[in-house]
Design a protein around this ligand. Structure first.
Ligand SMILES: C=C(O[C@@H]1C=C(C(=O)O)C=C[C@H]1O)C(=O)O
Length: 405
């Protein structure tokens, strides 16, 4: 295990964060962790087109503090991001220990859950989307995929325990758990984006680039035979393979101009999380210019058709028309970049916006010709399971079981 620390002090006198202070940014999986405390300075907010330039300008203007920027990008390319330089930051590379489960056991919050939209309205939106896909078939650039999401709005009797939620999510070693501050409203608690994503948008170290898009999903089952059947059906589904290939092609097209080598060495594989099966392809490349910053790569990739659709602009318009709410930072990206342009950005799915006793959970599914509105609605329910079970409740807000203290 390597610990790479970066702080506003010199290496020899690193300040420990005040005990009990919650990190302002966390990203951790089985092999690495980035944990930041405090907000030393915010990067001027802006749209993704100026992401790379604003980060560069920030480092040029701020000689002090950790040489790392962390934060979140929204789904909508034209909306403002929320990026900041923390007071202190610790990076761990190598085996990262799972945080103790005992401390993670949450008292299931007493929650009122309001689905937005109602599942029946979501089914109607999927049907409307299928009609748009069908009608556009003869267009020069036909609409072939749209990722439609729905949300669950949770009101609890007391503030959500974001740190405990993160520890509970982190029991699944196959995902990358994260929490990061979001811009606050004029009053009320500062919101957080918390989640457990299985999907890497892009990582860049020196000349090495990796992207690991997912598309094509199936529910997991506690019964082993049913679980195997679900995985086998996903692997052999023509619709899901087509949906997946379109995402892989889009990532290749976006990265190709930057790379002298680009390949998917392992091919399409089943990528399991504790609650979902996905089709995934790990794409690995070598940059022509190792100084191309990760911010530039994230900006060309985001949003991939895994969370938006194809063609991107038209799919984003349909999402705006049919979803009926603003995604905010859901299906955006969360991550870090350093001054050299190395960094990691994950797709912010399986996520929730938490502000005090209010939380909004999001889940989406890719709609292509051949999608079934009822099955897509079930897929979104399955995608809520990771967060809901970490909270100890079901989709109706009922406690799953009595948990030990
Ligand atoms: C949009 C989400 O997931 C995305 C959509 C997938 C699909 O349609 O099969 C699979 C993985 C993710 O890229 C989500 O979890 O909210």
């Amino acid at each position: 295990m390597r610990i790479l620390s970066s702080s506003s002090q010199s290496a020899g006198e690193q300040r420990q964060p005040a005990s009990g202070a919650e990190p302002t940014f966390r990203l951790r999986d089985a092999e690495r962790a980035v944990v930041a405390q405090g907000v030393r300075a915010e990067v001027e907010p802006g749209a993704i087109d100026s992401f790379a330039e604003r980060v560069c300008t920030f480092f040029a203007a701020h000689a002090d503090g950790p040489r790392v920027i962390v934060g979140a990008l929204p789904f909508d390319r034209s909306q403002a991001d929320y990026l900041f330089q923390p007071e202190t930051l610790v990076r761990v590379e190598g085996q990262v220990e799972t945080l103790p489960a005992a401390a993670a056991v949450l008292e299931a919050p007493r929650c009122v859950i309001r689905p937005e939209p109602a599942p029946s309205a979501y089914r109607d939106a999927v049907a409307a989307c299928l009609e748009l896909i069908k009608r556009s078939a003869a267009d020069v650039e036909p609409l072939t995929k749209v990722v439609l999401s729905r949300s669950l709005s949770l009101s609890s009797s007391h503030a959500f325990d974001a740190a405990g939620l993160l520890r509970a999510l982190g029991q699944d070693r196959s995902v990358t758990v994260f929490s990061t501050l979001l811009p606050g409203e004029r009053s009320g608690p500062q919101p957080l984006l918390v989640g457990a994503t299985p999907e890497l948008l892009v990582s860049k170290r020196g000349a090495n680039v990796i992207s690991h898009p997912l598309a094509g999903s199936a529910r997991r089952y506690s019964d082993a035979a049913a679980d195997r059947r679900s995985a086998a059906a996903l692997e052999s589904s023509e619709k899901d393979r087509r949906e997946h290939q379109a995402v892989v092609d889009a990532v290749f097209d976006a990265l190709s101009p930057y790379c002298r080598e680009l390949a998917a060495p392992k091919g399409t594989t089943l990528r399991p999380t504790a609650s979902m099966w996905h089709l995934g392809t790990r794409i690995v490349g070598t940059l022509k210019d190792s100084e191309t910053p990760v911010t530039e790569l994230a900006a060309v990739l985001h949003p991939t058709p895994a969370v938006c659709g194809l063609p991107r602009r038209r799919a984003a318009e349909v999402i705006g028309e049919l979803e009926g709410y603003d995604r905010g930072f859901y299906a955006g990206a969360v991550g870090w970049t350093d001054e050299q342009g190395d960094g990691e950005w994950y797709v912010s799915i399986r996520s929730a916006r938490i502000a005090g006793a209010q939380a909004t959970l999001y889940a989406g599914a890719g709609i292509v010709a051949g999608s079934d509105p009822v099955a897509e609605t079930d897929e979104t329910s399955a995608k809520f399971v990771a967060l809901l079970s970490a909270l100890g409740i079901d989709e109706q807000g009922r406690p799953l079981r009595e948990r030990a203290a």
